[in-house]
Design a protein around this ligand. Structure first.
Ligand code: SF4
Length: 465
């Protein structure tokens, strides 16, 4: 699985907002390493800088200096929709109206072809679903609508996942879809009595890094507008019936451990997942280890609840970008070895409990188990801190079709044999929900097949358009 995207919006008069945005994007790098971009408004025009690559590659000091002004939006991207070419990097710019606007999007629309068709557009002429939204907004603005009016008119017809930031001459707008699939939070620069600016970001550590205090999460369907005069809010779209549906994998895997989501620190929830796994699926072993990064807190929790010592068995190379394309099994195995290397002296002769966050195709898990056995592990007992992944995601996460999801097509016994481990257990959905501390407020469609919003194509077919 690949991360979604990260978005940032900042308004702060008298501050170098592009530098603040850089730091915030850097804190969201894990949400997308394919491309990065920023848009500012200054001297009566919007300036966009974007390119393929990591945040640190795209923004040299000269680029940041050129991005002056007091309003900025930013984006880190992994393409779940449309082209991975640099032209599809975000923010997306449109010259509509007096000053134009720029838009950055985390999520995936599920009715893109229908939206395009209704507007007389060919979906293949659009770079991405975000490009289509910008096009539709631009048409409304050209026809005389304000940007907030255009957002209300266009987004009410959009289905699926969107946490968006939109920049215009004097404001940054932040909108979250009616289900709240992807996170989005609001922060304040300065004190409550004397605010110096406002920040919206996908995850709370992006607020921390720029010195902004967490204020609250943006509500499903809400639009928050940041200006030099302060923050205004309106319920742009009616929230979907029932509870909020934040992606459950934000807790399991995507979000940073220091992120707070719905009042819960992600690291703490991951530790509790491990504790519950230990009670649910005990085993006799010598050492509990986690697969870096998100498997580590869950392994700590497993060790604490089981009494089996926790230790490190794998070292992760943190400097592997998304340069390598790994289409074949041999190349995927090599990819695992590039990223993870075993600590042989910790592993040799040991009965291991290995805690990982998920199994999707199973190919990397199989390579990982082979690597641990080659390093001398006596036994490998896999414990997974999410239930079996059996349905594709249509809401902003890049997953294979059902045919390629290991758990959708194989029993636990068959998976154990294929992966080559001694035992395999997945946390139950009930235990996962209890570990997070939320019951109905998370989307779990890829685990249950119960999609909270319409899906774009027959289940089992491609999840990308
Ligand atoms: S289907 Fe799965 S990955 Fe997609 S939003 Fe729902 S919980 Fe997250």
């Amino acid at each position: 699985m690949k991360e979604a995207c990260g978005v940032v919006g900042i308004v702060a008069a008298g501050r170098d907002v592009s530098y603040l945005c850089y730091d915030a994007l850097y804190a969201l790098q894990h949400r997308g390493q394919e491309s990065a971009g920023m848009a500012t408004f200054t001297n009566h025009q919007i300036t966009v800088v974007k390119d393929n690559g990591l945040v640190s590659h795209v923004f040299a000091e000269t680029a940041l200096r050129a991005l002056s002004g007091s309003l900025v939006i930013g984006h880190t991207r992994y393409s779940t929709s449309g082209s991975a070419n640099w032209t599809a990097a975000q923010p997306v710019y449109r010259s509509a109206g007096a000053s134009g606007f720029a838009l950055a999007h985390n999520g995936n629309l599920t009715n893109t072809p229908a939206l395009a068709e209704a507007a007389g557009l060919s979906v293949t002429s659009m770079l991405s679903d975000s490009d289509l939204v910008a096009e539709l907004l631009g048409r409304d603005v050209e026809a005389g609508a304000s940007l907030p009016e255009a957002l209300a008119n266009v987004l009410v017809r959009a289905e699926g996942a969107f946490s968006m930031v939109i920049l215009e001459a004097d404001a940054v707008h932040a909108v979250r879809d009616p289900h709240g699939f992807r996170p989005l939070c609001l922060g304040r620069l300065g004190t409550a009595d004397a605010p110096e600016g406002w920040v919206v970001a996908s995850e709370s550590p992006a607020l921390d890094v720029v010195g902004a205090a967490f204020v609250r999460e943006i509500l499903p369907g809400e639009m928050v507008t940041l200006t030099s005069a302060g923050v205004t809010t309106r319920q742009l779209l009616a929230p979907a019936a029932g509870a909020e549906k934040l992606c459950i994998f934000e807790f399991v895997y995507f979000a940073r451990p220091d992120t707070y989501l719905m009042g819960h620190q992600v690291h703490t929830t991951r530790r509790r997942m491990g504790e519950r796994l230990a009670l649910q699926a005990p085993v006799e072993a010598d050492l509990v280890m986690g697969v870096p990064d998100s498997g580590v807190p869950a392994a700590e929790g497993y060790a604490k609840a089981s009494g089996i010592p926790f230790g490190y068995g794998l070292v992760k190379n943190r400097y592997i970008g998304r340069t390598f394309i790994a289409p074949t099994q041999n190349q995927r195995t090599a990819g695992v070895r590039r990223k993870l290397n075993p600590l042989r002296e910790n592993i040799a002769g040991q009965r291991l409990v290995v805690v990982d966050d998920s199994i999707v195709r199973g190919t990397t898990t199989r390579a990982l188990v082979g690597m641990l056995r080659d390093a001398g592990a006596a036994e490998v007992h896999l414990r997974i801190s999410s239930p079996p992944f059996t349905w594709p995601c249509f809401f902003g996460i890049d997953t294979p079709t059902r045919d390629d999801l290991l758990a959708a097509n194989h029993s636990i016994g068959e998976m154990t044999e294929y992966i080559g481990c001694d035992s395999l257990e997945f946390i139950t959905l009930e235990n996962l929900r209890e570990a997070i501390g939320l019951v109905d407020e998370c989307c779990d469609a890829c685990l249950t097949g119960r999609y909270p919003a319409p899906t774009p194509v027959a289940i089992g077919r491609a999840s990308r358009w």
